[in-house]
Write a protein that binds this ligand. Structure first.
Ligand code: SAH
Length: 255
């Protein structure tokens, strides 16, 4: 049984590749896939690419070409829910595409042909990922050492692991006003979004099509607000890879 570990960014993948035993790199569909053993588990590591279409292609290749039994996604995201702060982790319960809108033919956010707007993640895998995320955030301060002043101040509350709805769309959200608009529209329809990113909903939909269990953990790199374009690269270059490494290794131990 092979587990696919998808990362959004090379910075998040590099430490996982370094831990890989018996590694083999294969090119397929213009992408690199790393096969090997991680903590005694057979895995394939891949970069999703950025945005929904790239992520859907990668997920399809993982299933069709590499026959993976499950897909786990680790990446970063913008925190939009109340109390979802930089350095927290959000484990997705389900996914919505915030830019899906075929109204008035279909209700806003509904994925045509699926009779639903949300794609659920696998309950069992998500529970394991949430445990791994909880352990990771509680030791983040002491273990990761690097604490960029701009992101983690003495006022920063203790990091938390959250579980809930994540929204994906083909845009980097970096305006407080846009977050407000997105949140109030979605909340009006009963969708309480914790975080926003650009790939997860596409992978969730592909996994739904193939009946493959999927779970995702997103570390909060920014608040999707007017400083997101500064916070995001700082977080990615300093701490994102350590989060991904700790979370994935803890998860594989529990699997
Ligand atoms: N050129 C950049 C592109 C990053 S796009 C780079 O390669 O460094 C941002 C990535 O982080 C996407 O994978 C997305 O899923 C996630 N992300 C983090 N914060 C986000 C935000 N505020 N809005 C949308 N996506 C975000």
């Amino acid at each position: 049984m092979t587990t696919a570990i998808l990362s959004a960014l090379p910075e998040e993948q590099s430490s996982l590749v370094a831990h890989l035993a018996h590694s083999q790199r294969l090119m397929h569909a213009g992408r690199a896939f790393w096969l090997g053993d991680l903590h005694g588990r057979r895995v394939v590591l891949a970069l999703s690419g950025i945005g929904k279409v790239a992520a859907a292609t990668t997920a399809t290749a993982l299933i069709e070409r590499f026959g993976v039994a499950r897909i786990i996604f680790t990446g970063v995201a913008g925190g939009v829910g109340d109390g979802v702060n930089v350095g927290d982790v959000v484990v997705a319960q389900d996914y919505i595409q915030h830019d899906m809108d075929a109204s008035p033919l279909f209700p806003r956010w509904e994925v045509p042909g699926y009779a639903r707007s949300r794609m659920a993640c696998d309950v069992g895998l998500s529970a394991l990922l949430l445990e791994a995320a909880g352990a990771c955030v509680s030791s983040a301060g002491s273990q990761f050492g690097l604490k960029p002043q701009a992101l983690f101040t003495s006022q920063t509350p203790p990091h938390r692991a959250h579980h809930g709805l994540v929204a994906s769309g083909d845009r980097f959200v970096c305006a407080a006003e846009e977050v407000q608009r997105m949140r109030s529209a979605l909340e009006g329809a009963g969708h309480h979004v914790l975080a926003v990113e650009m790939e997860g909903a596409a992978v969730a939909q592909v996994c739904h099509d193939y009946g493959i269990p999927f779970a995702a953990a997103r570390t909060i790199s920014d608040r999707a607000d007017d400083t997101a374009h500064v916070d995001f690269p700082l977080f990615v270059t300093t701490v994102a890879s350590r989060y991904a490494e700790h979370m994935v290794l803890a998860f594989l131990q529990k699997l």
